[in-house]
Design a protein around this ligand. Structure first.
Ligand SMILES: [Zn+2]
Length: 377
């Protein structure tokens, strides 16, 4: 078994389901992966620290060169995974037909293992290279990206570039739409269904808000971005009511939007946009909301042009999903997303990565390390 395969087997065997996904179980949280990586890096003599972001949840930073004022780049995969419902043995890596199966195989423990092996192969050279490269394992990419946000807030000034490690089939993803999700709650007044006029029907209230939302969703063309296209809006989940003979006192709707920089700038931010949509709805409350920024890293950024020409790439691509590249970039560290493996099996019950891709991923990051660590502006 090659070193990278061995490392991926180990990483898959350590559960790290995002704590925001599904019911609370002991399989949740990134702490075990972080602890394993810390001792792994330390066994190679790499200076490694854990930085707590939330109780029990720490980013890990492994520095391949001391902090001495030289420009720095970070390789940042995430340590969490999505849930494992429907999977037989999600934490027992299994090889069939040249593919490694298991939760995290491609998203993103496989790309992470490739990155780590390439960094360790270049350990001596990196200690003295003009540009330092650090490995940063983030918590919480699969939910609210609190790991990348906290890191960027603290260290944005230290870094000139970032690579979020994700399965992109080794393409360079430089742009993706951001996301905005929210839950609406319609508040009614409960009464017996035979006397509905004595109450207020929360489902009626919600359905009026839904009509407005559908109209709003069909009018998003004005926020089109030349690279990303237009925002979209999708009604995702609906809950409400208690019984046939009862006028419901509450009803809820979850909505997912994918947004462009134009949406945010013209609407004056996500929160303001939401308030405006529902300003005329007295009994509708935005119960919770969250958003992640869109990513548009210009392809003429000198360090990206340098990297692409070293790789012989003529184009960077866009992706439909969000990654940690967006919050890093929003906080001032220009970022891209890249790594071996295909996003097609990410989050699926048959998640896997081809061993050939995993191993050529090490060569790919080797080339990237040679290119970036010798970059001079
Ligand atoms: Zn991922």
């Amino acid at each position: 078994m090659s070193k990278v395969t061995d490392l991926l087997y180990k990483l898959i065997s350590i559960p790290s389901i995002n704590p925001a996904i599904g019911n609370k179980t002991e399989l949740q949280g990134e702490a075990r992966v972080a602890a394993y990586l810390k001792q792994y890096f330390e066994s190679y003599g790499v200076d490694t620290t854990l930085e707590e972001v939330e109780p029990g949840r720490s980013n890990i930073i492994a520095r391949f060169a001391p902090v001495d004022g030289r420009p720095r780049i970070l390789f940042g995969p995430h340590m969490d995974t999505v849930g494992v419902e429907g999977m037989d043995s999600p934490f027992e890596a299994d090889t069939r037909d040249g593919k490694i199966y298991g939760r995290g195989a491609c998203d993103t423990k496989g790309p992470m293992a490739s990155m780590i092996c390439a960094l360790l192969e270049n350990k001596e050279a990196l200690a003295n290279s003009p540009v330092a490269i650090d490995f940063v394992g983030f918590v919480d990419e699969e939910f609210a990206q609190v790991g990348a946000k906290a890191f960027a807030e603290k260290y944005a000034d230290d870094y000139i570039f970032a690579l979020a490690g994700e399965p992109t089939e080794c393409q360079i993803v430089h742009a993706n739409r951001g996301s905005l999700w929210f839950t609406l709650e319609a508040q009614g007044v409960s009464t017996h269904s035979s006397t509905p006029h004595l109450g207020r029907n929360a489902i009626n209230e919600l359905s009026q808000a839904i009509q407005d939302l559908i109209a709003y969703g069909s009018d998003l063309e004005q926020y089109t971005n030349p690279i990303l296209g237009q925002p979209t809006l999708s009604l995702a989940m609906i809950r409400g009511g208690e019984a046939f003979n009862q006028v419901p006192h509450s009803a809820e709707l979850d909505v997912d939007m994918r947004i462009t920089p134009e949406f945010l700038s013209q609407e004056g931010g996500a929160e303001k946009a939401l308030k405006a949509i529902f300003s005329s709805h007295q009994h509708i409350e935005i119960k919770k909301y969250g958003h992640s920024a869109p990513l548009v890293t210009p392809t003429n950024l000198p360090i990206l042009t340098h990297l692409m020409s070293s790789l012989g790439y003529s184009e960077a691509v866009t992706s439909p999903g969000c990654t940690d590249a967006a919050p890093l970039s929003a906080a001032g560290i220009p970022a891209i997303t890249t790594g071996p493996g295909s996003i097609k099996t990410a989050h699926q019950i048959d998640e896997h990565i081809d061993i050939a891709d995993l191993e050529s991923g090490v060569d790919y990051f080797n080339k990237i390390i040679h290119s970036l660590s010798n970059y001079t502006a």
